[in-house]
Design a protein around this ligand. Structure first.
Ligand SMILES: [Zn+2]
Length: 106
């Protein structure tokens, strides 16, 4: 069997990460309730900042604690794009919204 997220080894690495991390999502900067199971959308997931498929390493330096929903939203986006993408998708972007368009009326 190949190792996937649901294995005992994967669960231990997730728990290790929770134990040594602030309960803040690396992708969206929102708090994580680490008592929720990893199957819950707001539960904690172990995320590779730089995806393995893009050359990221499976090391502590490349892993981060994130929400399950954020992990799934980020997918295999590279590290330099994943945070902005997730925040935008969640409506958390800090960039100012465009002003109301001038429709040429009045
Ligand atoms: Zn998040």
């Amino acid at each position: 069997m190949t190792e996937r997220g649901g294995t005992r080894a994967g669960a231990k690495r997730r728990q290790d990460l929770i134990n040594r991390s602030l309960p803040i999502c690396w992708l969206c900067d929102q708090p994580i309730d680490t008592t929720l199971p990893g199957t819950h959308p707001q539960g904690a997931h172990r995320h590779h900042k730089q995806p393995i498929v893009l050359g990221g390493t499976d090391t502590q330096a490349n892993e981060a604690l994130v929400h399950a929903r954020c992990n799934l939203t980020a997918g295999d986006l590279p590290a330099e794009h994943s945070q902005a993408f997730v925040k935008q998708r969640l409506g958390l972007t800090t960039t100012p919204q465009p002003q109301t368009r001038d429709w040429g009326i009045g």
